[in-house]
Design a protein around this ligand. Structure first.
Ligand SMILES: C[S@@+](CC[C@H](N)C(=O)[O-])C[C@H]1O[C@@H](n2cnc3c(N)ncnc32)[C@H](O)[C@@H]1O
Length: 387
């Protein structure tokens, strides 16, 4: 009989020299001394320490949205286990524990210097046991969880730039029906300024288009759709949030078994530089690319493949609004911005709205009115996607 010896835990093995390490400067606390050590601050009434970690107050709305989704998940599932793969000072982890009442949070950040700050912050909630701090590279910790069959209900990867290598490892350690909260801060790619980079990161060749904020979200979702289908899964966007600071593109996706049944919603988008019209093309229709204003072609800019389906689920957003109400985040002037944002996202979920948000006044000055094809339905301006 062959007895296989138990392998050492992944975290104790030396790194594979063939895998490029994430930029070391990101893990050095000296480069991220954004605030003085021991600096105390508050968010949604919770006091915590930021120390010299990476913390942005502007990201609080993104954290609010994550907590609302986590709270909804908790309501419909036996438990809520969260993996916060790039946790900074641990404010998200703290909020998932306190506000979404998570049973367990694994708070990870590759910067080992952050460990004590994270632990002190989470100790304010409970003793260790309900939470654990780790200092691993995100792909490593997520793969380790997958190999240990330690699956999570929500995996939050608050990454920089267009890091997409974590998508697959995050999906691997997520329970079916679980939530994946992912981020991109690559405004160059969404603006079409480095199409080969977006092609490498998200599998989408992105060209400059006037609605780059929306394209950034569609690029990120499309990348996740592609990774999910490799694993035999499909992802559905529950909400998509663009924020100007960064810029930051955040998407909450639900993971389920099964592939996209058709290529619908994963297509190419064309934009006509002559008349401003946008259109989607499936893979089969690529040979037909032309705009009705200019049959000879030459005026089209094409990006893709991108996610061309809905960016949000209206019913889910309504549940999020109700949850925000229950948490006391709406009304009394305190939650006005969140309230407005959620309503705006509901408006953007109207399936009759064409994709490709346009600023009507700019289009009218740029293109002759005879070319401007207004959508059949009144378009509620999805401001949150606007430049
Ligand atoms: C945007 S900050 C996180 C902010 C935090 N989630 C919050 O809401 O305040 C990204 C964090 O990821 C960490 N990081 C960067 N690359 C990483 C990697 N490959 N694996 C794990 N952590 C990483 C950085 O040290 C940094 O603290």
């Amino acid at each position: 009989m062959i007895i296989l010896s138990r392998p050492p835990p992944l975290s104790s093995l030396p790194p594979n020299p063939r895998i490029a390490s994430p930029a070391p400067h990101r893990f050095s606390s000296s480069s991220s001394n954004l605030l003085p050590p021991q600096c105390q601050t508050t968010e949604r009434g919770h006091e915590f320490e930021t120390g010299g970690t990476f913390y942005r107050r502007e990201s609080a709305v993104g954290r609010d949205l994550g907590v609302l989704a986590a709270s909804l998940h908790k309501r419909s599932s036996p438990q809520l286990r969260v993996l916060d793969a790039m946790c900074g000072c641990g404010i998200r982890s703290l909020r998932y524990l306190l506000e979404a009442d998570a049973e367990f949070v694994l708070a990870n950040d590759a910067n080992d210097d952050y460990r004590s700050v994270i632990a002190r912050n989470l100790s304010r909630v409970s003793d260790e046991g309900r939470w654990l701090v780790s200092s691993n590279e995100a792909n490593r910790i997520m793969t380790e969880c997958y190999l240990k069959r330690d699956f999570y209900d929500l995996v939050d990867v608050d990454s920089f730039g267009s890091e997409s290598s974590y998508l697959r490892s995050a999906m691997n350690c997520l329970k079916l029906g679980g939530l994946l909260y992912v981020t991109s801060t690559d405004g160059y790619s969404s603006g079409g300024h480095r199409p080969h980079h977006s092609l490498a990161a998200y599998g989408a060749y992105v060209r400059p288009m006037p609605y780059s904020n929306e394209v950034g979200l569609r690029m990120l979702i499309g990348g996740a759709v592609r990774e999910a289908s490799v694993l035999g899964y499909r992802v559905t966007p529950l909400f998509s949030y663009y924020s100007y600071h960064g810029p930051v593109f955040r998407v909450m996706l639900r993971l389920n078994r099964g592939k996209l049944l058709t290529n619908r919603h994963y297509e190419f988008i064309s934009y006509c530089t002559k008349c401003g019209h946008s259109q989607s093309y499936s893979w089969d229709e690529l040979s037909k690319l032309s705009c009705t204003c200019n049959k000879e072609g030459g005026s089209l800019v094409v990006s893709g493949p991108l996610w061309t389906g809905p960016l949000h689920s209206a019913s889910y957003l309504t549940e999020m609004s109700n949850m925000a109400e229950q948490l006391g985040w709406m009304g009394n002037g305190t939650g006005t911005d969140l309230q407005k944002l959620l309503q705006l996202m509901v408006d953007e979920s109207d399936p009759k709205l064409p994709f490709g948000y346009i600023k009507l006044d700019e289009e009218i000055t740029t293109y002759s009115l005879e070319y401007l094809r207004l959508p059949a339905v009144p378009k509620s301006t999805p401001l949150h996607l606007g430049p």
